[in-house]
Design a protein around this ligand. Structure first.
Ligand code: FMN
Length: 378
């Protein structure tokens, strides 16, 4: 029985096409991480063509089909829409230059680029992670693009690592660090696991905030920097890996002094105090009780800051740093994450600190830390 228009289920008002801006839409799409390809083809007179595309996707295994989409106003639209065959070159992590080159308008894209000719004379870009030689099977209209579906004729694979793209930024792909069961971990494994988990997170935070961020572990000489993400603002600091930092003077050191078992840190604090006294150097804290009060504050606020720190040969210009702890499932501090910037551009009320603390909290949770579980006996 057919329904009259009045009886037909009414669909909710068709969403207006302008409920989001082009920027919102692009931003959403950018969150979908893709690889980067160069789609190559050849014209009947033998001229090679290539264009950077991240719209590549798999479609079907049997028959083997893939797709990619091309802007209607691309200069070489006609070439691609009439070419019988094309190849998808999945770029490797060291082929950013190739990606940029094949995204620029104008001739000469293949100049100096090593290629091998595929079965149909289509150029295949050397060094690519994988290549798929295809025959154009279907074309579909897709708004301001046309979608090409290709039947895959031949494939080549290597064990190279691919280049990735997210929100317009090139990325390197690392396997998601699998977190081992925390219950049985020796402390070294716990630290290693934390470093694996923290590294990509730190890089991302540094990129987002454009601030220098360091990772520190407790080494056999005390708090030791093991990784740095450098922000783009010039920081006259030699952010060396392997640098052992002061427990009393640095934000990183304060975090370990505040949260690591005192039986571990006390000998190092004593040694630092004795060495400073011997040299006659003024210290940030004139007494142990003053230092203890400071550590109490660090435990309460969850972060330590140091201001206007200079250290000849390391930080020639004064820097401000804020450091936060990362805990493992046992409630032990495994890392300190330290954000640093020139003293005049970074202070205790900087909103970046909130992000830093949130990131460290999340890392701790990933490592199995639960705030409500008491810390291991000190
Ligand atoms: C990472 C990246 C991905 C791209 N993906 C596509 C794509 O999927 N489809 C497309 O038509 N253009 C894409 N482009 C843009 C084309 O590569 C670029 O418009 C073209 O090479 C410029 O040449 P033309 O202006 O002469 O057409 C992409 C560019 C970059 C940098």
């Amino acid at each position: 029985m057919s329904q009259s228009p009045a009886e037909q289920p009414t669909s909710p008002a068709a969403p207006s096409m302008v409920e989001f801006t082009a920027t919102d839409f692009r931003r959403c799409l950018g969150e979908f991480v893709t690889g980067v390809t160069v789609i190559t083809t050849v014209s009947p007179d033998g001229t090679p063509y290539g264009l950077t595309a991240n719209s590549f996707s798999s479609v079907s295994l049997d028959p083997p089909l893939i797709l990619w989409s091309l802007r209607l106003n691309a200069t070489n639209f006609k070439i691609y829409s009439t070419a019988e065959t094309f190849a998808v070159n999945i770029l490797a992590e060291d082929q950013i230059e190739i990606s940029n080159r094949f995204a620029k308008s104008g001739p000469g894209r293949f100049e100096g680029v090593a290629v091998t000719r595929g079965g149909d004379g289509v150029p295949l870009i050397d060094g690519a992670v994988a290549q798929l030689e295809c025959r154009r099977e279907f074309s579909y209209p897709g708004g301001d693009h046309v979608v090409f579906v290709g039947r895959v004729l031949r494939v080549r694979n290597t064990d190279r690592k691919p280049l990735a793209l997210r929100s317009g930024a090139y990325m390197i792909v690392h396997p998601h660090a699998p977190l081992l069961s925390s219950e049985t971990d020796e402390s070294n494994i716990a630290t290693l696991k934390a470093v694996h988990a923290a590294r990509p997170v730190i890089d991302e935070l540094g990129h987002e905030m454009d601030r220098s961020i360091g990772l520190a572990v407790w080494g056999n000489f005390g708090p030791t920097m093991i990784w740095w993400w450098e922000g783009t603002r010039p920081l006259r600091t030699r952010l060396r890996c392997g640098l052992v930092v002061s427990l009393l003077e640095s934000a990183t050191g304060s975090v370990f002094a505040a949260f690591a078992p005192s039986v571990v840190t006390a000998p190092f604090i004593d040694e630092e105090l004795a060495a400073a006294a011997k040299r006659g150097d003024p210290l940030r804290f004139s007494s142990r009780s003053e230092f203890a009060a400071w550590l109490e504050k660090v435990r309460k606020t969850g972060f330590a800051a140091s201001y206007n720190l200079t250290d000849p040969g390391i930080t020639d210009d004064p820097v401000n740093s804020v450091s936060v702890p990362v805990f493992d499932a046992e409630g032990e501090i495994v890392l300190a994450v330290t954000m640093m910037d020139n003293a005049d551009t970074f202070g205790e009320s900087d909103p970046a600190i909130e992000r830093l603390m949130a990131v460290a909290d999340k890392l701790s949770q990933r490592l199995g830390y639960r705030k409500d579980r008491p810390a291991a006996t000190r």
